[in-house]
Design a binder for this molecule. Structure first.
Ligand SMILES: *Cc1c(COP(=O)(O)O)cnc(C)c1O
Length: 375
């Protein structure tokens, strides 16, 4: 059994994907070109945003966003304590500090109250300038933007939506990737919309921000082209082959994969209700179920379940075993006395089960039975 069955997806979409790859090979246009342009147009339309710019991966997308927002030395960037390191790593690279905030105990996303507490603490202490907030739609579940956006406005902070795990989810009728100054996503193979290598994208409604990012991602090119460099930038592009792979995958995601993900999540939640803490999706939100994560009653029980599943040949994962504030690389980041009870408790008890749109009911039944057997 696969945790995320990319082989089954490929078998389903093989004809279209192979044809598209072959067409890129025949055209010999490997960078840019019609597939990249078409993909950017379709992605922007799908999420309901004016502009989409593809790039080399989701971490670069965040780096481009931080560079466009002018994040640098002396700045504080706020993000949830439970996320992947990419959420603030690029800001850290440009000299900012990462200020972690606790998550909510139910959605596991950035807690608006925890965010405001940390912003006030940074302002009061005075060493760093609050600059940006990275709201992460963790496990595919959207953040509470109606609470987070006004906080960013109140303190003059740039909101960046890290939608690496949530492409296809929505918040009160709006797709993820449509929030903030810039939203970013990742096409790493295991994400809800993945390519066959690395890839990423940025979304914005501002033509100016889009143009700025298009310059930064090609070595800071100027009006005179790529040898007319007006700023220091990156080399960060999505390959034409990846765009050609993503187009049929985007179509499948919209046509049936999103529904299949909902159905699988519902079967898990029905089976595990009352036995574990099942995932909570807030009113008006739709998760894309990048992961289906349960909370066991203790770290010990979580580890026992993982070991039992391994023995029975069923893959499970822990997203994530450590909150950000406990990563060795971040031990010296300023914490302002925050103790992160919700993120710490979540990381101690969470485990994720196989989840993808090609999960067969019989396979899923086996996963459910094996977990319940262990209890
Ligand atoms: C995967 C991920 C990223 C980074 O994406 P890459 O394409 O792997 O660079 C950023 N943020 C979160 C929350 C992620 O899960």
């Amino acid at each position: 059994m696969e945790f995320i069955d990319l082989k089954a997806q490929y078998q389903t979409l093989k004809t279209e994907i192979d044809t598209n790859i072959q067409s890129v090979l025949s055209s010999a246009q490997f960078i840019g070109g019609p597939y990249v342009a078409e993909l950017e147009e379709q992605l922007a339309a799908f999420v309901g945003r004016k502009h989409c710019l593809t790039c080399a991966n989701g971490t670069d997308a965040l780096q481009l966003a931080f560079m466009a927002a002018g994040v640098g030395r002396g700045d504080a960037v706020f993000c949830p304590d439970m996320t992947f390191i990419s959420s603030t790593e690029p800001a850290k690279m440009s000299g900012a500090v990462s200020v972690f905030c606790d998550i909510t105990p139910d959605t596991y996303c950035l807690d608006p109250a925890g965010l405001e507490r940390q912003i006030r603490a940074v302002l009061e202490e005075g060493t760093y300038t609050p600059k940006a907030v990275v709201a992460v739609d963790i496990l595919g579940n959207p953040c509470d933007y109606d609470a987070i956006s006004p906080i960013c406005e109140k303190y003059g902070l740039t909101l960046i939506e890290d939608a690496a795990q949530s492409f296809g989810a929505s918040y009160k009728g709006r797709r993820t990737c449509s929030f903030g100054y810039i939203a970013t996503t990742s096409f790493f193979p295991a994400k809800p919309l993945g390519c066959y290598g690395d890839g990423g994208a940025l979304f914005t409604d501002s033509g100016e921000v889009d143009a700025l990012c298009r310059s930064i991602c090609v070595h800071g090119k100027g009006p005179g082209g790529k040898y007319d460099n007006v700023r220091v930038g990156l080399n960060s592009r999505l390959d034409a082959i990846q765009a050609a792979i993503l187009l049929p995958k985007l179509k499948a995601l919209e046509a049936y994969e999103l529904d299949a993900r909902q159905a699988a999540a519902k079967r898990y939640s029905d089976a595990f209700a009352g036995k574990f803490t099942t995932p909570f999706v807030a009113e008006g939100c739709v998760s894309v179920w990048a992961q289906y994560a349960l909370l066991a009653e203790s770290r010990k029980q979580r580890d026992q379940i993982a070991a039992y599943l391994r023995e029975k040949g069923i893959p499970s994962m822990v997203y994530y075993p450590k909150p950000q504030h406990m990563l060795p690389v971040f031990l010296d980041e300023p914490r302002y006395g925050e103790t992160y009870p919700n993120a710490s408790d979540y990381c101690a008890r969470t485990f994720s089960l196989p989840m993808h749109p090609y999960l067969k009911e019989a396979e899923q039944r086996k996963v459910i039975e094996t977990v319940l057997e262990m209890l």
